[in-house]
Design a protein around this ligand. Sequence first.
Ligand code: SAH
Length: 376
Amino acid sequence: MTALPLVFEAPRRGKPPRHLADLDHDQRRAAVTELGEPAFRADQLARHYFARLSTDPAVMTDLPAAARTRLVSALLPQLAIPVRHLSCDGGTTRKTLWRAVDGARTESVLMRYPDRATVCISSQAGCGMACPFCATGQGGLTRNLSTAEIVDQVRAAAAAIRDGELAGGPGRLSNVVFMGMGEPLANYPRVVTAIRRITDPAPKGLGLSQRSVTVSTVGLVPAMRQLAAEGLQVTLAVSLHTPDDELRDTLVPVNQRWNVSEVLDAARHYADITGRRVSIEYALIRDINDQQWRAELLGRLLHKRLGARVHVNLIPLNPTPGSAWDASPQAAQERFVALVREAGVTCTVRDTRGREIAAACGQLAAATPPADEPLP
Ligand code: SAH
C-alpha cells in the first residue's frame, strides 16, 4: 500500500513494555529461551493468558515458583491500570477507563445483550482524525496502542464477563468492535496482529470468531484495500455520515484526501474479496445530514455500488461537550430509515448504550480523573 501521510502517524510517547501478546508462537518461545527457560514454558504461559485469561502468577502452579515471577514480569507485565469502572443500563454496560504505563489513557466498553456480549475497544490513545462531532477526535492523538495493549482489553473483558462482573451472571464474550478511541486503520500493523491474536484458537490466541470482530474506519482507502488482502473474515464498518463530498469534507476531514466515491469503491472491493457485507455508519445529526435528499442519495449510491452487500447503521447523534449539534427528531430519523430502505438497502437504528456514562459512540474522551489522582 502507499505509505500513509505523516499526519496519521502517532507521536512517540512512552513505549509500552513487551508482552506475550505482542509475540507470535516462535517469538514467544525465543523470548522464554532468552530468559533461560525451556521453550515449552512459552506455551504454558500462553495457556494461562489466552485460555484461562489470567496474568496472576499465583495460579500458574504448573510453572516452578522461581521461574513464574520472572516469566510473568518479563512477558506478562501489567500494561494498563483500570482507573475507573462506570456502569449503566442496569449493570449490563460497563465502561473502563485505563491508564497505560506512560500515562496514556484509553477506554473500553463492555456491553451485554440477551444473546451476546460485545466489547468496544480502543486502538489508539486519542484520535488524529478530528471529526468535529466526536469527543475523541476533538482531543487529538496521543499515541498508537501496541498489539498487546489492544489484545489485553479483550482479555480483560472476557475475564470480567466470565467472572460475572456484569449484571446477569457469568457469561461469555462473543463480539469485539474496534469502535472505541482511535482510528484502527491508522495503527494498521498492530491492529491486524491484534485481530489475529484475538481470533487465533486458544491457546495461540483468544479464540473468538473472525466474523464476530468488526473494524470501523473513517475510510483510509489504501489501508482498507490492504485489509481486504489479509485473508480475514472480519466485518468492515465505514463511518460515512453523509453521501456527498461537500459535507463529508467537514464531518470526516480525511474525506479531503479520499472522497466518498473512493471510499465506497474500497468498501466494494472489501466485500468482493472477503464475501462479507460491509456496514455503513451514519450518525444522524439534526438539520446537518438528516435531509430527505441525503437519505435518497445515500440509498441510491449504496444500492448502485454495493447492492445487497451493505447494511446501514444509523446512530442517533450522542451529545459531546462543546458541540451545538443534536440528534435528529424521531420523525426525521424514521423518514430517513424508510427512504434508505426504499432504495433497496437494509437499514437499522443502532441501540445506543452507555450515554449516561459518556460511553456511547463518539463520547470516549478519557477526561476524568486527572493523571495524578490516586488510584482506587
Ligand atoms: N475511527 C473509527 C473508529 C471509531 S468508531 C471510525 O470513525 O469509524 C466510532 C463510531 O462512532 C464512528 O462511526 C463515529 O463516526 C461514530 N461517532 C463519533 N461521534 C459520534 C457521536 N457524537 N454520536 C454518534 N456517533 C458518533
